[in-house]
Write a protein that binds this ligand. Structure first.
Ligand code: 6PG
Length: 241
């Protein structure tokens, strides 16, 4: 766990960790496969990674990087709510990741179940999975909602109990519906990095980090990997000193 004084400091620390994981992965096995998080908090990290004047962009082996997504809203890729659009505007359009190495979830598909199945096929292809195998991301970036959800795994929903599928459709009311990777995928990662900021997250962070919590964010504990929580001071306000 690392507590950053400000949201800007959180962005710096998140970008530095992203660089470290990217370089370790490429040195280790020649590729860096990352699942990006949606929402607002990661924007600062992505902007720092993309910044040509910053210390991060030039350190990342973009040509060996494979970008996937932890979840997506069931909207077109140019929709305001699209996580792909957010990541494109803040990061992907500004760095030389080969286009064919960016795999978005097709939120425009009106059949979210089909879109989830399609994404499972993409995972099997990118990670060259055999039957029953799970993808081992080098890094998954995750946020957390005030209710303790992460990606599109919301408390008390089927996704929070899913133990087999790699990706699934999530019905929300109100919508839009979602497509999300599942806990088995997140817990197969080499590293999971939570980016959490804001006072509205303090109670969920206190629960999730206090142990014995069934919040979805607390269920992300990589079986053979690192778990890192990056919080700003506001989100960490409920944690014991
Ligand atoms: C999404 C994310 C979601 C997000 C949290 C926190 O698609 O919105 O997957 O899990 O990370 O809701 O969002 P903020 O970073 O905007 O607070």
């Amino acid at each position: 766990m690392h507590i950053a004084e400000t949201r800007q400091a959180l962005a710096e620390a998140g970008a530095a960790e992203f660089v470290r994981r990217a370089r370790e992965a490429v040195e280790g096995h020649g590729r860096f496969r990352v699942a990006l998080a949606g929402g607002a908090t990661p924007r600062g990290v992505y902007a720092r990674l993309a910044d040509r004047q910053g210390p991060y962009r030039a350190q990342i082996p973009w040509e060996r990087t494979f970008v996937l997504f932890g979840d997506e809203r069931q909207v077109a890729p140019d929709h305001d709510d699209s996580n792909f659009r957010m990541a494109s505007e803040t990061l992907l359009r500004h760095v030389p990741v080969p286009e064919e190495q960016v795999h978005r979830m097709r939120g425009e598909n009106p059949d979210a179940l089909r879109a989830a199945e399609e994404y499972e096929e993409i995972l099997r292809d990118v990670f060259r999975l055999g039957d029953g195998e799970r993808p081992r991301f080098d890094l998954v970036l995750l946020g957390m909602g005030a209710d303790g959800h992460t990606a599109s795994i919301f408390p008390g929903t089927p996704a929070a109990r899913e133990a087999a599928r790699l990706a699934m459709a999530v019905k929300l009311d109100p919508g839009p519906d979602r497509i999300t990777l599942t806990l088995p995928v997140f817990n197969s990662a080499a590293a999971a990095l939570f980016l959490v900021s804001g006072t509205e997250k303090a109670e969920a962070a206190r629960q999730a980090l206090g142990g014995a919590s069934d919040l979805p964010a607390a269920q992300v504990r990589p079986d053979r990997g690192d778990l890192l929580w990056l919080l700003d001071r506001d989100a960490a306000a409920g944690l014991p000193r």
